[in-house]
Ligand binder design. Structure first.
Ligand SMILES: C[S@@+](CC[C@H](N)C(=O)[O-])C[C@H]1O[C@@H](n2cnc3c(N)ncnc32)[C@H](O)[C@@H]1O
Length: 263
């Protein structure tokens, strides 16, 4: 990663985000800088990385010490900013694996002194993984001796509920209204459509939706067309080329009411 390039690509994406949310860019940039300057969070991440590296050295765990959160995909940085900006009461994420998105959401909730995160992931190395999207490979197998969310530092867990199960079975059991939903579980077309349809019933009228790995199927786009949503699409910050990777939807976005924006 080239840190300067990454920072400037992140900033360009955050300008798009500000425009989409109709929020002053300076407000978004302030939150990005707050995150970049959060030494406690970075120290906690590095502490976890050092523990995990004894058994696992893939992805972000290749590095023994991160000098900045810019090493993470822009999706995580945007999640932090959205949680700080909107102060959601209930966040839901599907797909935890090592806990990249989880720790950014939890860190923002900790700063807010408000709200909680419900995360759903399959039980450790369960058989359901056998039918996953072909791009997954073995990249999401929890290494021996570690548990789901292994980058999440104990000091970040106060506002966290982890549900071990299939999101399609667990979402209907949730009793709360959701303010922010992050999809990062199974990215196959049919699965995304089913998961998003289940969550849709639980969303507050001004909720935010985020989805990762958009390039794995057209499920997210199809859902947006079906519900006439107006999404913002963000490219990755230079680590996987400039693929369209992350989708964000503000479900009460004013453009939603305009005719033929989507569909
Ligand atoms: C891409 S990883 C999540 C990465 C994570 N958000 C992060 O930032 O580190 C996808 C995860 O989705 C989980 N998953 C796949 N199918 C699922 C399902 N039906 N229900 C819940 N979780 C599922 C997998 O077990 C895997 O841990």
């Amino acid at each position: 990663m080239d840190p300067a390039l990454c920072r400037s690509l992140n900033t360009m994406s955050l300008e798009l985000l500000a425009d989409y949310l109709n929020v002053e860019f300076t407000k978004i940039d302030q939150l990005y800088k707050e995150l970049l300057g959060d030494q406690q969070f970075l120290d906690e991440i590095n502490e976890q990385i050092q523990k995990v590296r004894l058994t696992y050295q893939k992805g972000i765990f290749r590095h023994s010490n991160l000098e900045s959160v810019d090493w993470f995909a822009i999706q995580r940085i945007i999640l932090y900013i959205l949680v700080r900006l909107n102060r959601p009461s209930v966040c839901l994420e599907t797909g935890v694996f090592y806990g990249g998105t989880t720790c950014f959401i939890l860190n923002a909730l900790r700063r807010n002194h408000f709200g909680k995160l419900i995360s759903i992931d399959l039980p450790r190395n369960s058989d359901d993984k056998m039918s996953r999207h072909y791009l997954v490979g073995d990249s999401e197998d929890i290494p021996q001796g570690l548990d789901i969310g292994f980058i999440v530092h104990p000091a970040q867990k106060e506002r966290w509920t982890l549900i071990r199960g299939n999101s399609l079975e667990e979402i209907p059991r949730l009793n709360e209204k959701i303010d922010l939903y992050n999809h990062d579980s199974d990215h196959s077309f049919a699965f995304i459509k089913q998961e998003m349809t289940l969550v849709w019933e639980k969303l507050n009228s001004n909720a935010l939706i985020m989805a990762d790995d958009l390039d794995w199927s057209n499920g997210f786009y199809s859902f947006c067309v079906e519900k006439k949503l107006y999404p913002l699409i963000i490219t990755d910050n230079g680590k996987s080329g400039l693929k369209a990777r992350t989708g964000i939807v503000k479900i009460d976005h004013p453009s939603r009411k305009k005719k033929d924006i989507t569909g």
